[in-house]
Design a protein around this ligand. Structure first.
Ligand SMILES: [Zn+2]
Length: 287
């Protein structure tokens, strides 16, 4: 039976839509949530109906309210208090607003957007773009590190994969990959670097003038030390979806225990990605 009303069996349709406790929440929401009558028994029918009737923002709110109704049910079942319907709605609307703000902030602060999709960007001429990533194989206790350097045409100039025993948290593993990448640049004589990492915490720590006293602090200090002596460098955060090439090199190191270095001719596993990045990219002399 429904743990809240005790009247009907607790189906998804009942608890999300038809239970008096759910009706109380829907009735204080958007008019489109209030007026629709569904016979059930499938809650997906309700979702489908809303998808047709609501705008994008309204549907987002509908999903937020549904999510909060389900959470409220769980909180109640596990001994928590039962939140007032108008407060459930308020929380859902706040969730929706936070999500939209986050989307806007990440679009403003991260990478250039091209045709609505995030793209890898080549560096200006005279600069080198450096990407790195790390993979963690918890089962075998190994890390895979990958790094690559590309020129202003998007062509590979050097790449490296390294398999490493032991386990680290993702940020520390990526810090190790960063160290490997910067040492690779120095070994090849590249000293003007635009570096990108999908580890936001690491990017912020390296860019900060404060001493990092977290568990990865020693790695951050090593990276800062390694950057000394370069002519110019810039480190920015990028979403992992445009860090595919580095991700593939890290995966290669992790799955095949492979330690290898390449110059100019890329390994098969990233050939296609490099080409896709190159075709999709636009000149970014302003970057
Ligand atoms: Zn009920």
């Amino acid at each position: 039976m429904c743990p809240i009303c005790g009247i009907e069996p607790e189906t998804t349709f009942h608890i999300m839509w038809n239970c008096p406790s759910a009706r109380d929440v829907w009735s204080v929401g958007n008019a489109k949530f209030q007026k629709n009558v569904y016979a059930g028994p499938d809650f997906l029918q309700v979702v489908d109906g809303m998808l047709r009737k609501c705008s994008g923002v309204e549907f987002q709110q509908f999903v937020g309210v549904a999510r909060r109704i389900w959470h409220r049910r769980n909180e109640f079942v596990h001994g928590g208090s039962f939140i007032h319907p108008s407060y459930v709605l308020k929380q859902a609307l706040q969730l929706s607003e936070d999500f939209n703000n986050l989307l806007m902030t990440s679009q403003e602060s991260s990478t250039p957007v091209c045709s609505g999709m995030l793209k890898w960007q080549p560096p200006p001429s005279g600069w080198y773009k450096v990407n790195w990533d790390a993979g963690i194989d918890r089962r075998h206790g190994r890390l895979g590190l990958g790094a690559l350097i590309r020129d202003s045409q998007g062509n590979l100039v050097a790449a490296k994969s390294l398999s490493h025993s032991g386990l680290l948290d993702p940020t520390s593993a990526k810090a190790l990959a960063a160290l490997m990448a910067i040492k690779l640049c120095k070994a090849w004589g590249f000293h003007n670097l635009k570096m990108e990492s999908d580890a936001k915490v690491l990017v912020d720590a390296v860019n900060s003038t404060e001493v990092d006293d977290s568990s990865k602090g020693h790695l951050v200090a090593d990276i800062k030390l390694c950057l000394v002596g370069l002519q110019a460098w810039k480190l920015v955060y990028i979403p992992c979806k445009i860090n595919w090439a580095a991700h593939a090199l890290a995966s290669l190191a992790m799955t095949e225990n492979l330690d290898s270095e390449w110059g100019y001719v890329p390994p098969d596993c990233i050939g296609g990605i490099l080409e896709a990045d190159r075709i999709g990219s636009v000149s970014s002399d302003l970057f």
